[in-house]
Design a protein around this ligand. Structure first.
Ligand SMILES: *Cc1c(COP(=O)(O)O)cnc(C)c1O
Length: 428
């Protein structure tokens, strides 16, 4: 059984992890459910996908689309859900980020700001656009360090900040947007983990010039792959549609600006072939419709685990701002006052008992982990003091939608016993 998982995730677990863990025979609590199994695609999405497969019409555009494409319907629903005027479906969030940069006029060689705690596709999108990532330090709540952002804006002269709401932690959007506005810096929001989240009552993804979302299996809606660029700016929307590969069939989009917005750019904008297929859109549509129920389930499990973690020694939760309504699809905490070897031991011990954690402080990134100092292509110019300190003891756990209260309590027992065993080794 392949128990590797999470986008995001966890180091691959060898096949023998499928051996019943009671076989460990150490009398300890064992969690036996899969931690990163995605939920099935809703039946409605499967039925629609089968219809599309039978029709053979997987491509979203055509000379004769009849009732319009599934992708166009998804985009209109997505724009409505996120409160944006326009939405453009593409093949991944990474490509949406790339298009967001291109539509803001990023040119090869330009500096683009980006917070240092994010996933590799984010600096990857900046490099894809030929630009140079300028990494900004983070704060104890895992979001961008506003003081360092101001320093880096001044030092780099960057005109764009690609703000990643990594693992669903949303920074002080009032403060960040005010600072960026004051300096004429355009903001792109990376919302791979914040579809459905809010800041002070407004949807996250509604603050920057552009927001980018993911439809990858381990984010909030699962098309296997997929991405969306959302904006209120008609010029950005028109250019994103053509860049994404609409050919001259852009009028088949419904969440789009008026045809006049395309006139000035249609003959000067290249086609990058980053389209969403109708098949992907068919899978995503019912999941978007059911997302709020999923958020309730995620947050119930997240909050129960978060409440229990507080009483485990050496585990420090991550603080959140009261203005933030998050989607608890994963949870992060810090392991304080333990030597590195013991943090590794704690993570390994929990894994042996069925709870798969990921540690951002490991010597090498493994699986889906990502740490700024290991992006050799992103050219970190200097060590980032907070990021080094925080990521050094930061641990991450995926929250499966299937966790019930009892599962959460079992996970907490495994973590508590793993910590007790780790502290025991330390004393020995
Ligand atoms: C997954 C992820 C992305 C990229 O999403 P893809 O759809 O896989 O390209 C970007 N940012 C963050 C924070 C992510 O977790």
């Amino acid at each position: 059984m392949d128990r590797s998982g999470g986008d995001d995730g966890h180091p691959a677990i060898p096949d023998d992890a499928a051996v019943p863990r009671a076989a460990l025979g150490d009398g300890r609590t064992v969690f036996t459910k899969a931690m990163s199994e995605p939920p099935p695609i809703p039946e409605e999405g499967i039925a629609r996908a089968v219809e599309i497969l039978r029709s053979g019409r997987l491509f979203r555009y055509g000379e004769d689309t009849g009732g319009g494409s599934e992708a166009a319907r998804f985009e209109a629903e997505f724009a409505a859900y996120t409160g944006r005027a326009f939405a453009v479906g593409v093949n991944s969030c990474g490509c949406a980020l790339f298009l967001a940069l291109k539509t803001l006029g990023a040119e090869p060689g330009d500096a683009v700001l980006c917070n240092a705690f994010t996933l590799a596709p984010v600096p990857g999108a900046i490099v894809h656009a030929g630009c140079r990532p300028v990494l900004v330090d983070i704060a104890d709540d895992l979001t961008v360090d506003i003081a360092d952002l101001e320093v880096k804006i001044a030092a780099s002269g960057a005109r764009i900040f690609l703000m990643s709401h990594m693992r669903g932690h949303v920074g002080d959007l009032d403060g960040i947007m005010a600072l960026c506005d004051r300096h004429g810096v355009a903001v792109i929001e990376d919302c791979a983990h914040t579809l459905g989240a809010r800041w002070d009552g407004r949807p996250v993804g509604g603050f920057g010039r552009t927001a980018c979302f993911s439809g990858q299996t381990f984010k909030h809606i699962n098309g296997g792959e997929g991405g969306v660029l959302a904006t209120d700016d008609p010029d950005i929307a028109a250019r994103a549609i053509i860049l994404s590969g609409s050919y001259m069939m852009y009028e088949q989009h419904t969440a789009r600006p008026p045809a006049a917005a395309f006139d000035a750019i249609r003959d000067t904008t290249p086609n990058f072939s980053m389209r969403m297929t109708d098949l992907t859109a068919a899978l995503l549509r019912p999941q978007l419709a059911g997302l709020d129920d999923c958020i309730t389930a995620w947050n119930r499990a997240h909050d129960r685990i978060a409440a229990g973690l507080v009483s485990i020694p050496n585990i420090v939760p991550i603080q959140r701002d009261r203005r933030e309504s998050y989607v608890g699809s994963s949870i992060q905490f810090r392991v304080s006052d333990l030597p590195r070897g013991e943090i590794a031991g704690f993570v390994a011990d929990a894994g042996r008992h069925g709870v798969f954690l990921k540690w951002f402080g490991a010597d090498r990134t493994v699986g889906f982990t990502s740490r700024y100092d290991q992006w050799g292509y992103a050219g970190a110019e200097a060590a980032l003091r907070n990021a080094d300190r925080i990521l050094g003891d930061l641990v991450d756990m995926r929250i499966a939608l299937s966790l019930d209260d009892e599962d959460c309590d079992t996970i907490l027992a495994v973590l508590s016993e793993a910590m007790a065993a780790t502290r025991e080794t330390l004393r020995a």
